[in-house]
Write a protein that binds this ligand. Structure first.
Ligand code: RFL
Ligand code: PHB
Length: 386
């Protein structure tokens, strides 16, 4: 198996296949330091946590990860706790994507198959036949050819795999660009709440999240055209304090160690397969982060894909690879809807009519057990095979 990309999708796929006796080689264009430092997701669904434990990389997660029973949903005057454990019997974990990636890289470099960083000119070839190959240049500048049975495109949104699938199939793309972005910070300060706070505010959405008992992760909605240089730390803390305000509570501030602006989009590309090239994770789909779904969706994709590939490569049966794309896409669209719904409900856009609709929806989720359960089931993660 040739696996392009050492993000969570590629690394976990390699680990799952290795445990079933399938040889893999993972090719990553960036350096190990770069991949391990990229600040991204922070919330793991129960299924994701169980999968990481099952493949033997759950030890540090169980020690350092923070299990959360629910989240707070807020609109001016009200901070309402949704208890996922009570609503659907599941919870989520706070454990950074950077930590997941570090754990998977350590495991792979310890006892796993080859993982090559710093490769370039990665080019899959002959994916329509039975014996594809990947040409690439290794970190020493030497041209290499990897002969393989199957290629996995887990190379993220800007990778080389998706364009190849699109070019060779009668596929489709769907895209929605949202008229707002998130300005995110990491700060060396203890989180000001015990669980995440998602806040609707007339001046825009804000999210209080965390990475550990001493590191906070916070976001504010901004215009996509905003420049990070125009946002001093004081201005960011002021916006967060205003939007997250609730009586009897105050936001703790501290040194900001990272800040960036992230555009928000939904994107789905179908099918997730061309011949012997299979897409998984951000290579095939992007969701806006409001539902905390991207990383978890990548994990769900590779769980399905690993089962299908083990069946193909060890039992020579094509049934599961033939249904992989449709099965994965059913879940992708569910998560795409949930992420769009959370995004639409919580971000300030449109006019006062839109604002009243959003507030009505928020009040409904905070007062109806059925409405709250629908959010809880989606947030904590639906079955991998819907
Ligand atoms: P990745 O992580 O982008 O990894 C792809 C890897 O492929 C490499 N690559 C190549 N390698 C070789 N040859 C090429 N030609 C290559 N082109 C690219 C890249 O260097 C990279 O290492 O995709 P993957 O593995 O599919 O993982 C997806 C997740 O990273 C992503 O969905 C999440 O981070 C999304 N996300 C969140 N997801 C959650 O589940 N919960 C969250 O709380 C959450 N919060 C977030 C997020 C994403 C965010 N950003 C920055 C978009 C918060 C943010 C701010
Ligand atoms: C994060 O901690 O980075 C985070 C948490 C929840 C989200 C998005 C991002 O919905």
């Amino acid at each position: 198996m040739g696996i392009i990309g050492a993000g969570p999708a590629g690394l976990l796929l390699s680990r799952l296949l290795q445990l079933h006796g399938v040889d893999t080689v993972v090719l990553e264009s960036r350096s190990r330091d770069y991949v391990e430092a990229r600040v991204r997701a922070g919330i793991l669904e129960q299924h994701t946590v169980q999968t990481l434990r099952d493949v033997g990389v759950g030890e540090r997660l169980d020690r350092e990860g923070l299990p959360h029973d629910g989240i707070y949903l807020q609109h001016p005057g009200t901070r309402h706790h949704l208890n996922f454990e009570e609503l659907c019997g599941r919870k989520v974990w706070v454990y950074g994507q950077t930590e997941v990636v570090k754990d998977l890289i350590t495991a792979q470099l310890d006892d796993g198959p080859p993982l090559l960083f710093g490769v370039s000119h990665v080019t899959p070839e002959d994916v329509d036949g039975g014996a594809p190959r990947i040409r690439f240049t290794d970190a020493d500048g030497v041209a290499q050819v990897l002969e393989c049975d199957v290629v996995a495109g887990t190379d993220g949104f800007h990778g080389v795999s998706r364009p190849l699938v699109t070019a060779g199939t009668s596929g489709r793309l769907w895209e929605r660009t949202y008229p707002f972005a998130w300005l995110g910070i990491l700060a060396d300060v203890a989180p000001s709440a015990d669980e995440l706070v998602y806040a609707w505010h007339p001046e825009g959405f804000a999210l209080l999240s965390m990475r550990s008992p001493s590191v906070s992760r916070l976001y504010v909605q901004v215009d996509p055209a905003e420049k990070i240089e125009d946002w001093s730390d004081d201005r960011i803390w002021d916006a967060l304090s205003t939007r997250l305000a609730v009586d009897g509570w105050s936001l703790r501030t501290g040194p900001v160690t990272e800040k960036s602006i992230l555009p928000m989009r939904s994107f789905v590309s179908a099918p997730m397969r061309r011949g012997r090239l299979f897409l998984a994770g951000d290579a095939a789909h992007i969701v806006p982060p409001t539902g905390a779904k991207g990383l978890n969706l990548a994990v769900a994709d590779v769980t399905l894909l690993a089962q299908a590939l083990v069946r193909l490569l060890t039992e020579k049966q094509t049934d599961l690879v033939d249904t992989y794309s449709d099965k994965a896409l059913a879940r992708v669209w569910r998560c795409t809807h949930f992420s769009w719904w959370m995004t639409s409900m919580l971000h300030r856009h449109g006019d006062d009519f839109d604002a009243e609709l959003q507030l009505s929806q928020l009040r409904r989720v905070c007062s109806s057990e059925a409405a709250a359960r629908e959010l809880a089931e989606n947030y904590t993660g639906l079955a991998v095979d819907l």
